[in-house]
Design a protein around this ligand. Structure first.
Ligand code: FMN
Length: 216
């Protein structure tokens, strides 16, 4: 992929269409992704708002195969514990199909994480000793949308946090001053982008005030 095509890729996708068709893409091809393209989607992250415009973000893109394998092993360990209750609940035949699909996709990602060609970590400076997750999530969402625009599959994960300290040190981050908040596995999608399952706006939009009983 030439520098020119990296520059033009994704520039023509209408914003609202990108937002409406940006589901979690967890099935990724192992093919390499140009690092310039990853830099481009991270640059989209840098246009996010942040408290006091402090811009606390750092982006660490891990592409080395062995390093990804190590991260995937740690991720799997914590993910297994996290997903166990959902697996147990899904034995119920009445378990909702949409939830079952989502769970299967998350399990697939955990099992194949080492194959994702890019493990993008988003980290940020802490403020008064606290991670500034609220300042990083707008940037993370921008990255996810930019991936959608350029045709890269991506999903937001946080399960690595249970091994956060070890992973941060492995990435050259200081777990106290600049902890990683999210791991975004990125690659060319195996499937297609599509409209995610979401509850209707009719159930969550109100003018002036919430009518009594509307949220019960
Ligand atoms: C704060 C946060 C943490 C998440 N952590 C994980 C995770 O660790 N692993 C994972 O597979 N998905 C994770 N997700 C992704 C959600 O499961 C996903 O966005 C949701 O199921 C909707 O998927 P869809 O866009 O395909 O409908 C996380 C999402 C958010 C917002």
């Amino acid at each position: 992929m030439s520098a020119d095509s990296v520059e033009t890729l994704g520039e023509d996708l209408p914003l609202l269409e990108g937002i409406r068709t940006n589901r979690a893409i967890r099935r990724l091809k192992p093919d390499a992704v140009p690092i310039e393209l990853i830099r481009k989607v991270c640059e989209a992250g840098t246009f996010a708002p942040s408290g006091g415009n402090r811009q606390p973000w750092q982006f660490v893109a891990v592409t080395d195969r062995e390093r990804r394998a190590h991260i995937a092993t740690l991720y799997r360990e914590t993910f297994k514990a996290y997903i166990a209750p959902a697996i147990a609940a899904a034995r119920d035949p009445d378990y909702p199909e949409a939830k079952r699909r989502n769970m299967k996709a998350a399990i697939y990602l955990a099992e194949h994480l080492h194959e994702a060609p890019v493990h993008l970590f988003v980290a940020g400076w802490t403020r008064r000793g606290q991670p500034q997750s609220q300042a990083l999530f707008p940037a993370i969402q921008n990255v996810l949308l930019a991936c959608r625009a350029v045709g890269l599959g991506a999903s937001l994960t946080t399960a690595h946090r249970a091994h956060g300290e070890a992973i941060d040190r492995f990435l050259g981050l200081d777990p106290v001053r600049t902890p990683s908040i999210a791991l975004i596995p990125i690659g060319w999608p195996k499937g297609r982008f599509g409209t995610p399952t979401r509850r209707s706006i009719d159930t969550c939009f109100f003018e002036d005030a919430v009518p009594e009983g509307a949220l019960s």
